[in-house]
Ligand binder design. Structure first.
Ligand code: SF4
Ligand code: F3S
Length: 372
């Protein structure tokens, strides 16, 4: 990869200044930036942070001054679903991200080259860009006496992870497996699977959990590192707060039915057909932090609950062992009194106003039906 700045690279690709500024605005949205706050949080040079007072200008100045970021993407005990999900990112699109802002130098699924050629390139990047490259890990890591359960080129996943993590400028664990062990860690955890942050403890690891994770959470986090050279604010489980600060339940379009005590009892009863709350069918939305109900999937088309399936809690640690997926009452059911239901419905209306545009029609329909 060349040493051009991202802006210079874009100009060479024929991107106009106008479209460049549009791209910067899209990135601001993707990162969920608020006015001025990120400037204080960034580690941009003081003269840059002083001269840019709006997020779009700040992003533009950063992209004008920074080269593309090399990425090494390691896959261990995974199904490649997180890579597959990334290709569905809409803001920024993976094409824009991969071609213009990052340079994926090593990826076992996406790389055209293979074998010694890619291994050599990985080592070159680790040396030439020590302290600058982003390490993305997909899949859990078998450890200890079970380390041999996943090897690449004759070396264990644990060994390869530690080697690549040593010189990384940022480490991102994508998907529940890399973040918290995921399916391979499910009881009885035959491979001794662990998440990245249980093994790499001398530097922060950003967790983007989900099975798979929302692609915009991944690309938005990468965009934050590209623009600010730092990691976004994280919660206690190392998830970016921008995408994981609210529960699915907080923004669910079926929430008015929950507040009204209207629940589907089976997948084909009248309640299910009417779009009632899926809590009794095992929904883990009340205890699951993720952005599915707002960002949704496939360009905002839908998400599991909208499609009629309860949330499985796929962005939470140990979700495979958290009781039956379709077992109801898996989180405290606080059935409201009539008065509380009225107040809660009012909260629902206010929350609905700030929810994604696509939710609005369904939500008002749900409100109407819930009150009948
Ligand atoms: Fe909450 Fe799930 Fe019911 Fe939605 S379907 S309101 S997330 S319990
Ligand atoms: Fe996962 Fe629940 Fe979203 S199952 S995809 S966190 S709705």
């Amino acid at each position: 990869m060349g040493k051009d700045t991202i802006y210079e690279h874009l100009r060479q690709q024929g991107v106009s200044r106008r479209n460049f500024m549009k791209m910067c605005a899209a990135l601001v949205g993707a990162m969920g930036l608020k006015q001025a706050a990120p400037i204080e949080a960034s580690n941009l040079p003081p003269e840059l942070a002083r001269t840019a007072y709006k997020p779009v200008e700040l992003v533009a100045k950063a992209l004008e001054s920074k080269p593309r970021v090399p990425v090494i993407w390691l896959e261990f005990q995974d199904c490649a679903g997180c890579s597959e999900a990334l290709t569905r990112s809409q803001s920024p699109t993976v094409v824009d991200l991969v071609l213009n802002k990052i340079s994926i130098e090593y990826h076992e699924t996406l790389s055209a080259a293979a074998g010694y050629q890619t291994e050599e390139n990985k080592h070159r990047i680790m040396q030439e860009y020590a302290g600058q490259y982003v390490l993305v890990v997909e899949g859990s890591i078998p450890t200890g006496a079970n380390a041999h359960f996943c090897t690449v080129g004759g070396r264990s996943a644990e060994d390869l992870l530690k080697e690549a993590a040593a010189g990384a400028g940022a480490i991102i664990a994508t998907g529940n497996c890399a973040a918290y062990g995921g399916l391979p860690k499910a009881d009885p955890n035959p491979t001794g699977a662990r998440g990245v942050w249980e093994i790499i403890t001398d530097k922060p690891v950003v967790n983007i959990p989900g099975c798979p994770p929302i692609p915009e959470a991944m690309t938005g986090t990468l965009a934050h590192f590209i623009v600010f050279g730092s990691l976004p604010e994280l919660d206690s489980l190392n998830r970016p707060k921008t995408f994981y600060a609210q529960t699915i339940h907080d923004r669910c379009l079926r929430r008015p039915f929950y507040e009204a005590g209207k629940f589907a009892e089976t997948f084909d009863d009248e309640g299910a057909r009417q779009g009632w709350c899926l809590y009794k069918l095992g929904c883990k939305g009340p205890t699951t932090y993720n952005a599915c109900a707002g960002i949704k999937w496939d360009a905002g088309l839908s998400f599991p609950i909208q499609s009629g399936h309860p949330c499985l809690g796929c962005s939470e640690p140990n979700f495979w062992d958290g009781g039956g997926f379709y077992q109801g009452q898996s989180a405290p059911l606080n059935r409201p009194t009539l008065t509380a239901a009225g107040a809660a419905a009012a909260v629902g209306i206010v929350a609905g106003a700030s929810a994604a545009l696509g939710n609005k029609a369904q939500k008002s329909k749900a409100h109407k039906e819930a009150s009948e």
